[in-house]
Design a protein around this ligand. Structure first.
Ligand code: FAD
Length: 464
């Protein structure tokens, strides 16, 4: 059947790109959203967190100027003003998406969408009115929501990654439960703004669920501790009790009690699948989740699922990329997804980023991986910027020198990682990078330094 009309549910980086691209490729598109346009990424995720990190970082840098004899005095921080500025920024970005959708001719419907049949959905508006709509194909991009273990009572100072951006005070002591990337980034942001921060993580290291961040998890932990943060790994929260509106007492499996002025729960997210009524469309579930194939098709081939709802790498750019791939497939050009090429970034300081294969994945893929390291302490630009903490690990094949992966902890890691991504995508070898001229002094020249190490013999490395 030739697909002419498309329904997209959810307007985050997955759904909005699916709608825009679908319209650009000639489909009649309806986009259904129950909340504000932009999804988690724009309203409660990437953008507000990076805004907070940026302000916090600017403050830390300004205060550090005293090292060079420039003294900046911090009179006060006005969180309400910061929230207003953040909201202004989000408003501008929402407007841009709105305009693009309008210009592309995407039909918008506001309300909660759920299936009636495999081609028909009903949209329930907040007032309760219901409209139905039919489509030849459907892309589900409903995202995910933060988990809240029942251990945590309702309390104005107990927040999650959606509500922390509305906190109208800088907590004296912030306890972050969960040392994944969201917990680490927000811990870093609030410490920079003046909070004492304790991170509680039940696993032995930070960023525990991501094998590509094994080194980063350890280095970030050390770096945070050096800056005065408390990192309690191997610890679980056992009880949480309200003392008053701004004080919470927590007890732990293996540590003394703590009193916090705010608690951030950052213990993972669950797909927004409930209330979609997928069974009415005949879609199969596996362990309570949507089952999809490598083309992002559910068990009903004209219904696709993308983004945080299904993705093993739940990030904004994954969702947008999957939107593109799903559209190509539904328009007759089957496009499978290769998740190893998705850059994964942590915007703390130092930053962390990874792309490509880990050593284990490279071995499993039949390569003979070798790891080479270059410390930013040897890079002039990093030293000038006073940011020489961190290391660049390059993973290449020992026989062909083909570049397979990169893991970076250090200054601008979230930008530098794209050099590696591009090199891997283009199938470059260490020799190709070594034959490229990099300007001096730059952080980018560390890429050439690290891959050069893979071109000298192991004996030479041992002697270096
Ligand atoms: P979402 O962005 O969650 O959008 C889903 C939309 O669907 C929502 O607007 C929702 O209202 C709507 N919806 C749900 N159900 C229905 C329904 N039944 N009917 C109608 N509408 C519905 N990723 C990065 O790449 N970089 C970052 O720096 C980054 N930082 C983050 C920081 C934080 C604090 C958090 C929480 C996340 C961060 N992420 C980051 C992750 C990123 O936000 C998500 O991966 C991304 O938003 C997923 O996009 P999506 O389109 O799948 O879903």
């Amino acid at each position: 059947m030739k697909i002419k009309s498309l329904i997209v549910v959810g307007s985050g980086p997955g759904g909005s790109v699916a709608a825009l691209e679908g319209a650009a490729r000639g489909l009649s598109v309806t986009l259904i959203e129950r909340d504000e346009v932009g999804g988690t990424c724009l309203n409660r995720g990437c953008i507000p967190s990076k805004f907070l990190l940026s302000k916090s970082r600017q403050l830390v840098e300004a205060l550090a100027l005293s090292d060079a004899g420039i003294v900046v005095r911090l009179e006060t921080i006005d969180p309400r003003q910061m929230i207003n500025r953040k909201n202004e920024l989000l408003g501008t970005l929402r407007q841009r998406i709105d305009q693009s959708l309008k210009a592309a001719g995407v039909r918008r419907m506001k309300g909660h969408a759920r299936f009636v049949t495999d081609h028909r959905m009903e949209v329930i508006a907040s007032g309760g009115t219901t409209e139905t709509i039919e489509g030849d194909a459907i892309i589900l991009a409903t995202g995910s929501s933060p988990n809240t273990p029942t251990l945590f009572p309702k309390h104005p100072a107990i927040v999650n990654s959606s509500t922390i951006f509305e906190l109208e005070y800088i907590p004296k002591h912030l306890v972050v439960v969960g040392g994944g990337y969201i917990g680490c980034e927000l811990a870093c942001a609030f410490q920079g703004l003046g909070s004492k921060v304790t991170i509680i993580e039940k696993e032995p290291r930070l960023l525990p669920t991501q094998p590509e961040f094994e080194m980063a998890g350890m280095l970030l932990g050390r770096s945070f501790e050096k800056r005065g943060m408390s990192i309690w790994t191997g610890t679980t929260v056992e009880s949480v009790k309200s003392v008053d509106d701004k004080r919470i007492e927590l007890s732990f499996s293996n540590r003394e009690r703590l009193e916090a002025n705010a608690v951030l729960i950052a213990v993972g997210r669950s797909p927004n699948l409930q209330d979609l009524q997928v069974s009415r469309a005949g879609i199969d579930l596996e362990n309570g989740r949507l089952r999809i194939n490598e083309y992002l098709q559910t068990s009903v081939p004209h219904i696709y699922a993308i983004g945080d709802l299904v993705s093993p790498v739940p990030l904004a750019h994954t969702a947008s990329w999957e939107a593109d791939a799903a559209l190509s497939t539904l328009l007759g050009k089957p496009t499978p997804i290769n998740y190893s090429l998705i850059p994964r970034c942590v915007y703390t300081w130092p930053q962390a980023a990874a792309v490509g294969l880990t050593e284990t994945e490279a071995k499993n893929a039949g390569y003979h991986p070798r790891l080479d390291r270059y410390h930013f302490a040897g890079n002039s630009k990093a030293l000038i910027e006073n940011e020489s903490e961190g290391v660049w690990i390059s993973i290449s094949d020992a026989q062909s020198h083909k570049l397979l992966g990169g893991q970076i902890v250090g200054p601008q890691a979230t930008e530098l990682i794209h050099l590696v991504a591009l090199a891997i995508k283009a199938g470059l070898s260490a020799r190709d990078v070594s034959d490229t001229v990099f300007a001096h002094p730059t952080l980018s020249e560390s890429f050439r330094e690290v891959v050069n190490r893979s071109l000298i013999t192991s004996k030479a490395i041992a002697n270096s």
